[in-house]
Design a protein around this ligand. Structure first.
Ligand SMILES: C[S@@+](CC[C@H](N)C(=O)[O-])C[C@H]1O[C@@H](n2cnc3c(N)ncnc32)[C@H](O)[C@@H]1O
Length: 437
């Protein structure tokens, strides 16, 4: 069966590599995700093991949807009895470029008519009517609608006059790893963090630090990847509730989850020789990180420290630094660019270090002062982001940036109270290399 594994913009190619590594057949890579050819076994593997996909959508049909009647008729003509019955609840959601909208792709010789479908809600409503009318005609009864927690979620993805009809196999579950409860502002999503750390290739031999860890997402995803902890091993999925196919999928998924849990337990128990540090100057962020590490079963593998990146010491030679600095214009009364300059200067003393930085400030590279080895362009909503690999050696150093008023030494008095916090660790002493349990 054809399944679309959706991904955040800029991460589809990384997701495709993950799919191939898990033994899945990639049909093609699109801007919004990866089209896979899966059977029931590889579907259950995808649900439990894929880290980067945001949704798994089973492709039902690609239909014409130029106007409301065309949409209704095309949806009504699909054989819904193959997927649905009158005893399970359904809901329909729609997204994408509606026909006639500015975003709709222009087709040569066939301009988008764009009549009658003005909102996604209307499109979803018409499709829902068509499905219910189809089932009424075939089974003599309609399914009930449950907008909040349907047994089967039908998804319409519009591309102007055409629309992909899908069934949502995963629900929102792909985002949720069950460890994150206190996402701080500006936290990166788990699936995006998984895509970022996949590019790093950290093999556990070098010290790993996120010095601005926020809620700890990058460090946790890096460790989960390294230890082969499956993100879906504790989750249920909507496909288990489907009529006709749900029970069989439930049994397959149960086996997949049990096997994944056994692998994870052993990996955590045998994790030795790792040096992993999560730091931040914000107490609430550090509290969230500790909670999340506990919930992920990784607390004994990570040192949590309170420090200011402006004054932090190198954790060791050859460190791998993961980092997602703030993007706002000002922080603690100072220009955020002043923080980037301080980071670059401080880290220039770290021997053999590589930094991987997610940033959304167009002046970041200039102020940080290193030419990236590689940059991945990404997008979160309307925000353009970049993920840089920066090698912190003289070869990659840029000429010094111009001195600005906020870099004057006496500007420190303007720092936020938490910025002047001492660099003392606030967690238990390092437990590097000790078994988790
Ligand atoms: C964009 S958030 C990081 C979000 C994180 N990647 C996550 O997913 O939760 C930036 C973090 O940098 C921290 N920060 C800002 N300036 C800092 C400094 N000078 N020293 C240490 N941490 C700092 C903030 O407290 C915040 O938690």
């Amino acid at each position: 069966m054809e399944v679309l594994a959706t991904a955040a913009e800029g991460t589809a190619a990384i997701l495709a590599e993950e799919c191939v590594a898990l033994g899945m057949r990639v049909v093609h890579v699109r801007r919004d995700g990866v089209v896979l050819d899966l059977n029931t076994t590889t579907t259950s593997r995808a649900l439990v093991h894929l880290r980067i996909a945001t949704h798994l959508l089973l492709a039902v049909e690609d239909i014409r949807s130029g106007d409301a009647d065309e949409l209704y008729n095309a949806v009504r003509n699909l054989d819904w009895t193959h997927w649905l019955d009158d005893r399970h609840t359904i809901a329909v959601r729609a997204s994408g470029a509606l026909p006639g909208s500015a975003e709709a792709p222009k087709r040569r010789g066939r301009p988008s008519r764009g009549t009658g479908i003005r909102t996604h809600m209307f499109a979803a409503q018409r499709a829902k009517d068509a499905i219910c009318d189809h089932l009424l005609g075939r089974l003599g009864a309609r399914p009930n609608i449950d907008a909040d927690d349907p047994d089967v979620q039908i998804v319409l993805r519009f591309r102007g006059d055409r629309c992909g009809v899908y069934l949502d196999i995963s629900g929102d579950a792909m985002h949720h790893r069950a460890y994150r409860v206190d996402a701080i502002e500006e936290a990166v999503s788990e699936t995006s963090a998984a895509a970022l750390v996949a590019t790093v290739g950290w093999d556990g031999r070098r010290p790993l630090i996120d010095p601005m860890c926020g809620s700890g997402t990058l460090i946790i995803e890096a460790l989960m990847r390294h230890l082969n902890i499956a993100p879906g091993m504790k989750r249920d999925f909507p496909i288990e509730r489907w009529p006709h196919h749900g029970q069989a999928m439930g049994l397959l998924l149960e086996k997949e989850r049990e096997a994944a849990q056994a692998v994870a337990t052993e990996a955590i128990a045998n994790a030795t020789g790792l040096r992993v540090i999560a730091g931040d100057f914000d107490r609430a962020a550090l509290r969230a990180t500790r909670t999340h590490l506990e919930r992920a079963g990784l607390a004994d593998l990570v040192e949590v420290v309170r420090h200011n990146v402006r004054r932090m010491d190198a954790p060791a030679d050859d460190a791998v630094i993961l980092c997602n600095p703030p993007v706002g214009e000002r922080i603690g009364g100072r220009e955020v660019t002043d923080l980037y300059e301080a980071m670059g200067q401080r880290w220039s003393t770290f021997v053999g270090a590589d930094a991987w930085v997610l940033e959304g400030h167009e002046g970041f590279v200039r102020h940080f002062g290193y030419r990236p080895v590689h940059t991945w362009p990404l997008r979160a909503g309307s925000q353009e982001l970049r993920w840089h690999h920066l090698r912190l050696d003289d070869t990659h150093r840029l000429p010094a940036p111009p001195i600005t008023a906020s870099t004057e030494p006496d500007d420190r008095s303007a720092a936020a109270p938490s910025e002047s916090a001492s660099a003392a660790p606030v967690s238990a002493p390092p437990t590097v290399g000790s078994p988790a349990e």
